[in-house]
Write a protein of this length. Structure first.
Lengths: 198, 198
DNA sequence: TCTATCCCGTACGGGAATGTACGAGTTAAC
DNA sequence: GTTAACTCGTACATTCCCGTACGGGATAGA
């Protein structure tokens, strides 16, 4: 927040470089959490030193990339209608954002390794909270199960998305049917049991 | 397989060291896939050089640790009764092996990074196949859903187990209730829809 | 045009991890 | 008790990546 305010004078090409670098960082780190500064620089089409010109350390760049991904997430999340039937709302949410969340999983793990303990959760809270609220509302309406902690349900969904991304990356899941598979799986996890059998 | 056969002469203390090293490797790599040779040596209570005396390279040690974990897995898997109702069989399977599978997740990812492409799947096939067969049988019996690829179901279960391990590690899931949560979640994913709705 | 900003290559230093070499002390096995 | 095997410390070479320093060249912005 400091750099953007106290440094209002920045040349247009620098702005463009930064955009490309952060974007490249997202892409690289999402594929390999151990991606090197040079890997990222190459992907951005700039020299390694140019990267250091804008981001003094690797953690700094990782955080910027994560922040960018989260901003994009917040944006799409904010544009989704979460009212009405919680199941339908969840479907809409997944339809518009599952691939984004899934692809960011590796980036998240990269951040987890280089950022101080609380920092990640601090940044990530916004997005997770909204999902948690939706699930909570669904529980209140009786359409989602209540026999498990909400935290677990939220994270179980996360892990399914992560898994779907991995399966696609490994060529074991057809990207075309991934969306349907993910929504169906998530609905199964969240659904309230039809009857209270043993 | 080679070292055990062509080198029948090994002193008892060496045998003990190897056991301790492999065991320590499992433990360390399951907590941190990037665990160092020195970390492992320290955990095993031996010097780093002793480790190199038995495993020339890190990948070699990782493979040995993975093989050990898989052997343990095969052992428990083999002792589980997989006949009868597929759902019950799955519950028995999970009850006896979910924590082992879950804890080995990090080890698996460590292996994925240092072992050549096909090697991991080659080693891991045995265990995965058995789960796949059980799910396939459940589908044939009409108790498990058939609207998704079996491969996806198998891996979705994997990812749930992985997630459960992570949640426990982060203190967000009570180990005492983890078993119930896992089995219930897995059953939800696998269950055939009660009625053929829209 | 002129200047401050930015691009980017080479070069260097530091740190961490892997794997090798040597060798002295210890211990199992015969 | 003798020998061969094992332990394990120090020291070293190598590699990889991070981050810094310097400086020449290109370019946006006035």
């Amino acid at each position: 927040m400091v750099s953007a305010d106290t440094r209002p004078r920045r040349r247009a090409d620098a702005e463009r470089s930064i955009t490309r670098i952060v974007s490249a960082a997202r892409e690289c780190l999402s594929r390999d959490p151990d991606a090197t500064m040079e890997d990222i620089a190459k992907a951005a089409g700039v020299g390694r030193m140019t990267v250091y010109g804008h981001f003094r350390t690797r953690p700094g760049l990782v955080e910027a990339a994560l922040a960018e991904a989260l901003r994009a997430g917040e944006l799409t999340l904010g544009s989704v209608d979460l009212t009405g039937d919680a199941r339908q709302a969840m479907n809409r949410l997944l339809a518009s954002s599952w691939s984004l969340v899934a692809e960011s999983a590796a980036l998240l793990s990269a951040a987890q390794r280089v950022l101080p303990e609380g920092r990640l959760r601090e940044l990530h809270t916004g997005a997770a909270d909204r999902v948690e609220q939706l699930i909570g509302r669904g529980q209140g309406d009786g359409v989602f199960r209540t026999d498990m902690p909400v935290t677990w349900l939220v994270n179980a969904v996360q892990y399914i998305l992560h898994g779907a991304a991995e399966e696609i990356r490994l060529g074991r899941l057809d990207p075309a049917e991934a969306s349907d598979v993910v929504t169906a799986t998530v609905q199964s996890i969240l659904a309230a049991p039809a009857h209270t059998g043993s």
